[in-house]
Ligand binder design. Structure first.
Ligand SMILES: [Zn+2]
Length: 173
């Protein structure tokens, strides 16, 4: 069974819970359903409701310190929506802006999703040296994004509303 995404009252993704737990929060009026799985059904003796895929808390909860998203290749691909940063086609590889052979690190700001062709073409150069322009700037995911990234494969379907997908644009500082 898929987990249900829980949003803060401010729409920031917080965590995931089991669909059953999500239903309890909704029935206790702690949360509202933002998105349900179409055609699905959650049955109890007295209820027959669509399975909530995304719920939102009615009251804002203050979240203490939360960890930044750990870097991963898969995370970079999800962050960039599997689109090549150089040509916009489907990306299956991760490119290091400053190549690793020249000290570039595995960090969110030094990596972008890239198609295999562009990754090969860029080779051991920076984008400037290779005269390849970036269509998007890499950005550091927020802790809220981290929740989405952690569930990136689970949410791979296009059924989620746009405002829930990880931002493709750089964050305003
Ligand atoms: Zn490309």
């Amino acid at each position: 069974m898929r987990g249900t995404l829980v949003l803060n009252a401010s729409f920031e993704p917080l965590t995931t819970v089991t669909p059953r737990r999500a239903m309890v929060l909704v029935l206790r009026r702690k949360a509202v359903v933002e998105h349900a799985v179409p055609g699905s059904s959650f049955r109890t003796a007295t209820l027959d409701l669509p399975v909530p895929q995304v719920i939102r808390l009615r009251r804002f909860v203050k979240v203490p310190f939360r960890q930044q998203a750990p870097w991963s290749r898969r995370g970079v691909l999800v962050r960039d929506r599997h689109r090549c940063a150089y040509c916009g086609r489907r990306a299956t590889t991760v490119d290091h802006l400053v190549p690793r052979s020249r000290g570039g690190g595995d960090t969110w700001l030094n990596t972008v999703a890239a198609c295999a062709d562009d990754n090969r073409r860029k080779a051991d150069r920076t984008p400037a040296e290779a005269r390849m322009r970036l269509l998007v700037e890499p950005f550091q995911p927020t802790p809220g994004d981290a929740v989405l990234l952690a569930h990136g494969s689970q949410w791979a379907g296009a059924e989620l509303p746009d405002w829930l997908t990880v931002r493709a644009a750089p964050q305003a500082a």
